[in-house]
Ligand binder design. Structure first.
Ligand code: BTN
Length: 265
């Protein structure tokens, strides 16, 4: 059971995470927040679930969400003339590195565009979904493997995932971790709105540790190999292909095939 008093005790945010619904089980917190947005939920609304029965990942993949992990979604209503969807995707990766990496002193990095990785294994994933209807709604879904055992995840995740508990041997309070992420997101979102993306983008690029590496990508189902030259401020990767041609791959169109994640330890 989610301990709301503990969460609120650690919450320092101005805007985000003040309206929170905690449920035992839902199909997907992204779907639930999207529905809440349609019903007029305020910016900053969070839905957190102990388990998801139909957790969603990027590119229509499923996301295993057993008890013990932190599975939540956050509603943003940005002015899309000033703040783009890729900017929110970049910010989300940086927020997790700042919170889970810096605060808990773990050498984490990002797998392009924003998987959170520890020594070649995925610790957390982010799914940003936007819709512009009567009002703008951007849903940021974050899944962190925390106290759940990554070895219990379905076979497709075997050897590819890790969890905070597995890394450090400790047990974490999900309420405190959620409050810490929301606090950091609140600061980062204000920075994005008031100052812009530049510093956050620089931090994101550093977190990727990928420039100069040889990679193979799948872009719209087609394979491309080459050397990573740079990343654009809208989250795209610039790849120098084996032919010498430069290919710009938008953040929402490419997925890394190899190396999937870099081993750093
Ligand atoms: C990915 O790496 O493919 C993104 C995974 C995002 C998972 C989170 S868990 C909470 C939220 N609800 C979902 O259905 N997905 C996101």
């Amino acid at each position: 059971m989610f301990d709301r008093a503990k969460y609120e005790k650690h919450l320092r945010s101005r805007l985000l995470g003040r309206a929170l619904t905690a449920v035992d089980e839902v199909d997907s917190t992204n779907r639930a927040v999207s529905a809440a947005a349609g019903a007029g939920a305020v910016e900053g609304t969070v839905i957190v679930a102990e388990r998801q029965s139909g957790g969603r990942g990027r590119f229509g993949r499923s996301w295993a969400s057993p008890k013990g992990g932190l599975w939540f979604s956050l509603l943003l209503r940005p002015d899309l003339n000033l703040v783009t969807l890729p900017a929110i995707s970049i910010l989300s990766g940086v927020v997790l590195i700042r919170t889970v990496g810096a605060r808990h002193a773990l050498p984490l990095h990002l797998g392009w565009p924003n998987d959170v990785v520890y020594d070649g294994r995925k610790l957390a994933g982010i799914l940003v979904e936007g819709k512009v209807g009567e009002s703008v709604a951007v849903v940021v879904g974050i899944g962190v493997n925390v106290n759940n055992d990554p070895d219990d995840l379905p076979a497709e995740f075997a050897g590819k995932a890790t969890s905070l508990g597995k890394i450090t041997g400790e047990k974490y309070d999900l309420e405190i971790l959620l409050a810490e992420i929301i606090n950091e997101y609140d600061i980062g979102y204000a920075e994005l709105n008031e100052v812009g993306l530049e510093e956050i983008y620089t931090e994101w690029k550093a977190g990727l540790e990928m420039i100069g590496r040889a990679v193979t990508l799948s872009v719209d189902g087609k394979k491309h190999s080459g050397i990573v030259k740079d990343f654009t401020i809208d989250g795209g990767m610039i790849l120098v292909c084996e032919s010498g041609d430069e290919l710009k791959v938008p953040l929402d169109r490419g997925t890394l095939i190899s190396p999937k994640y870099i081993k750093t330890l």
